[in-house]
Design a protein around this ligand. Structure first.
Ligand code: URA
Length: 288
């Protein structure tokens, strides 16, 4: 009972520390070198098989019940250490060479400059209608997105659906993706290096989708794509020009509060409602 309580306490501590995902099916004892394991497994006594034992002999030494030898840990190839500049440079070359969304997704899958790739389960690329006029860009996948390989399918995504419905839109009326295609462990805020490594991909993603209006969901997306240090409370509710080299014309872009933040601070929903009306109006103007 005491042990059970300890285990529960330990699990709670893990979750509170952000350790809420198992990365491997089995635990890996990193204190045991693979050679030691092999040596141990070779010397482990093998329990006799039923056919060999026949009728039980009371005088015989009872078979030793041993746990099967642990298979030696499969070492993951060490992540290549590349500088932030090198990672961005190689992402830029790969993104530039991608002439379709499928090619971009493949390029991201082959990219090794962002360590999040090794801790995430899935590459979360995008969802919705590619020909939509509205493109939404969030921060990074969360736990459910990582599991399903789709952006905004967890609680924040469900609130986003309600926000869209409030202006008579549904998922199929928009295209949606994130700044980062991989989940940061424990949903922590992405680091500057992770963002820098992946920026060329989201920029190319926007270029290939070529929407008419860009919606930046939350502070990280707004700061990254508007290239500003201003917080979301200052950037939301205003129109900006999103422009990059090679674009025929700048795109109107607006930042909105992140639905994950609205779940924690529902009092801010009023502002977001005004922002959504503004976006709806702009969309109607483009449509006409
Ligand atoms: N938050 C994000 O920014 N993106 C997702 O896909 C899910 C939650």
């Amino acid at each position: 009972m005491v042990q059970e309580n300890n285990a529960t306490e330990l699990l709670r501590w893990y979750v509170e520390s952000g350790i809420d995902e198992a990365l491997e099916d089995k635990p890996v004892n990193r204190f045991v070198a693979p050679e030691t394991n092999e040596a141990e497994s070779a010397s482990l006594p093998t329990p006799p098989l039923p056919e060999q034992t026949g009728v039980a002999d009371a005088s015989a030494t009872p078979p030793t019940i041993s746990t099967p030898p642990a298979s030696p840990p499969t070492p993951r190839p060490p992540a290549e250490l590349v500088s932030r500049d090198e990672a961005t440079k190689s992402a830029r070359a790969a993104a530039k060479a991608a002439d379709s969304l499928d090619a971009l997704q493949e390029a991201i899958a082959a990219f090794d400059g962002c360590p999040l790739k090794h801790t995430a389960k899935s590459l979360v690329f995008g969802d919705g209608t590619v020909s939509a006029k509205l493109m939404f860009v969030g921060e990074a996948p969360g736990a459910q997105e990582d599991r399903q390989g789709l952006p905004f399918v967890g609680p924040a995504g469900q609130l986003l659906d309600k926000m869209l419905a409030a202006i008579s839109l549904q998922r199929s009326d928009i295209y949606i993706t994130n700044i980062l295609p991989w989940r940061p462990p424990g949903n922590r805020t992405p680091t500057d290096s992770e963002i820098a490594a992946c920026i060329p991909f989201i920029e190319r993603h926007i270029e290939l989708v070529a929407p008419e209006i860009l919606i930046l969901v939350g502070g990280t997306s707004a700061k990254t794509l508007l290239n500003t240090t201003q917080g979301i409370m200052r950037t939301r509710g205003k129109w900006f020009d999103y422009s990059r080299d090679g674009m025929a014309a700048p795109l109107p872009a607006q930042a909105i509060l992140h639905p994950a933040y609205l779940l924690r601070s529902p009092a801010q929903k009023r502002e977001t409602w005004m922002d959504l009306l503004e976006i709806r109006q702009r969309l109607d103007e483009t449509t006409n």
